[in-house]
Design a protein around this ligand. Structure first.
Ligand code: XIL
Length: 369
């Protein structure tokens, strides 16, 4: 915990620079706590969030890195063959640069049939499907990486390519055209086009028993990347934790912890860095009043973060959004009682929630890296 003196020192510093943290006068920002341990803290920012001055203030105060919630994804940035729309994504990168913080790129290919751009799903790969899929992917990845150059320091090259039930590669029009080499191909093109950037495989495997096949599939994939020499630097742990995959809240028990550690041990043992890329806590099934729900969310998060951040290979933690009412989960997994979810560290008044304190405490308790 921070001593009173440390808080006071920071409070004076913050007051002098005119940027007290919203967590209370003098409370250190999440990014400053992360940096004290050799990490960074950040958040996903949606297009409309940049028009929200209070939202931007929170990001400026708390974050050392941002990622576009949607604006670097294929359907937005490359909405038709040969057509690129960089304007929305550029706006976030410009905001980050003005703020003096980094931007991560998410993502070059979401290898999932639901999330490909419709025109890609309908694409005619012709008589030589492999060659035309390679040409399409090369153009897409090289154009975007070259557009941003060093302004984007880390890319999720591939997102969610392993089926959570079976643990095997998802089938898409691209794997049908090229086979499983799609993934290595994308990483090689990204390395060529953005040699400075950290290249990440990002997925949502968790520690629950029901995620065993997903974890095993991701481990096989990472192992294959190593064996074949694909230029993959890190695994992104999306970390949408909580009730979204049928796990009752608070069931983070010793067997699950063992499974999760075994997974992280294998990943780090293979030499990959780790990032928590999309953290939020789904409280869809948590009952009780708001303080009780917030407490349960914070406790669950703390447990996850304490274990995961004990791995010094974790270098960044990003939440998927900032304020509860704007979380994607409100639309994707609404509560049965119709009440809004509370998955993020700031509430509807842009005030920090107990989850904010839990993240801060997890950073304070984490080893230096
Ligand atoms: C979500 C966005 O938050 C939504 O606005 C969008 O409609 C769908 O995608 N895993 C990911 C993210 O990798 O890109 C997803 O973002 C959330 C789950």
């Amino acid at each position: 915990m921070w001593s009173r003196r440390q808080y006071l020192t920071l409070a004076l510093g913050a007051a002098a620079s005119g940027c007290a943290s919203p967590a209370g006068v003098g409370a250190p920002s999440l990014d400053s706590l992360a940096r004290a341990k050799g990490m960074r803290f950040g958040a996903a920012v949606g297009r409309r969030d940049l028009d929200d001055a209070r939202y931007c203030d929170v990001v400026r105060r708390e974050c050392g890195v941002v990622v576009a919630e949607n604006d670097h994804k294929w359907p937005v940035i490359h909405p038709a063959p040969g057509v690129y729309d960089f304007a929305p994504g550029d706006r976030l990168v410009a905001f980050a640069e003005r703020t003096g913080i980094r931007t991560r790129g998410h993502n070059l290919l979401w290898q999932h049939p639901r999330w490909l751009a419709p025109w890609v799903t309908a694409y005619d790969f012709g008589a030589n499907p492999r060659a035309s899929a390679e040409a399409l992917l090369r153009e897409h990845i090289a154009t975007i990486c070259q557009h941003y150059g060093t302004r984007i320091s880390s890319w999720d090259v591939i997102n969610e390519s392993i089926d959570e039930q079976t643990g095997v590669l998802r089938e898409t029009v691209l794997t049908r055209a090229m086979g499983p080499e799609v993934l290595d191909f994308c990483f090689h093109v990204a390395r060529e086009a953005a040699p400075h950037a950290q290249l990440v495989y990002n997925d949502y495997m968790g520690w629950e028993a029901g995620s065993a096949n997903h974890r095993a599939g991701v481990l096989r994939l990472l192992h294959d990347f190593k064996t074949r020499g694909a230029p993959v630097d890190a695994l992104g742990l999306q970390s949408h934790i909580g009730a979204n995959r049928g796990t009752p809240q608070g069931s983070f028990n010793p067997p699950q912890e063992r499974e999760w550690r075994a997974f992280l041990d294998e990943v780090t043992g293979m030499g990959f860095d780790l990032l928590i890329t999309e953290f939020d806590v789904n409280d869809r099934t948590i009952t009780g009043d708001i303080p009780q729900r917030d407490r349960a969310v914070a406790d669950y998060a703390r447990r996850y973060l304490d274990i995961t951040l004990s791995y010094t290979r974790v270098k960044e933690v990003l939440t998927w959004g900032v304020v509860n009412p704007k979380s994607w989960l409100q639309r994707f997994t609404p509560r049965e009682d119709g009440l809004p979810l509370r998955p993020l560290p700031f509430d509807e008044n842009y005030e920090p929630t107990p989850l904010h304190a839990a993240i801060a405490e997890a950073f304070e308790g984490a080893p230096v890296r």
